[in-house]
Design a protein around this ligand. Structure first.
Ligand code: ZN
Length: 182
């Protein structure tokens, strides 16, 4: 970091101005500051700051608020709004915390996400099955052998077993967020 504003006063002014600068680019909603400008590919506020594209929330936390956090942690927003940059809401946590919270808060809807991912693998031709076929297999499994079903649907025996057990093409709500499979 090369910074010409090294005097205490200069630094203080820069800090105040810059937090204000962030706020000026947000709309206040309740306690949240919701960013109105560019976003990263992941949907987080992104801006060119000091000549570099930065994730704004991380920059606000690390630089403006000058808070320390473990190297492997991520900056999160306690309100779980991706657009929020409110200094009062920025906290640090592990990547796993962030993922878990996004599920429990509903920011990631298990049903929606699973449906999307499944539509994707069908579209890309990565699977011979779809939900309708999986349900057929499950209903036929009570009367037909799994080996026969594997032949009929052109998939492996282990795939048939996983479909029947609900591990593949089962309900996204039946399992924990971390165990889903296409
Ligand atoms: Zn917030």
């Amino acid at each position: 970091m090369s910074d010409k504003a090294t005097s205490g006063k200069g630094k203080q002014q820069r800090l105040v101005w810059t937090l204000q600068m962030v706020k000026d680019r947000c709309v206040e909603e309740g306690d949240c500051w919701l960013w109105q400008l560019g976003l990263s590919s992941g949907g987080y506020p992104q801006a060119r700051i000091d000549g570099r594209a930065r994730i704004v929330r991380k920059w606000v936390y690390d630089v403006l608020l000058n808070k320390r956090r473990p190297v492997d942690s991520v900056v999160r927003c306690s309100c779980e709004n991706k657009l929020c940059l409110s200094p009062a809401h920025l906290v640090h946590g592990t990547q796993a915390d962030a993922v878990r919270d996004s599920y429990t808060s509903g920011a990631r809807c298990p049903v929606e996400m699973t449906a999307k991912r499944r539509a994707n693998i069908v579209k890309q031709g990565l699977t011979k099955l779809d939900m309708a076929k999986a349900q057929e297999i499950r209903s036929k499994a009570s009367t037909q052998s799994k080996t026969q079903l594997a032949q009929d649907y052109g998939v492996s025996l282990s795939t048939v077993k996983s479909v029947v057990s609900g591990r593949y093409w089962g309900s996204p709500l039946a399992k924990s967020a971390f165990e889903w499979r296409g």
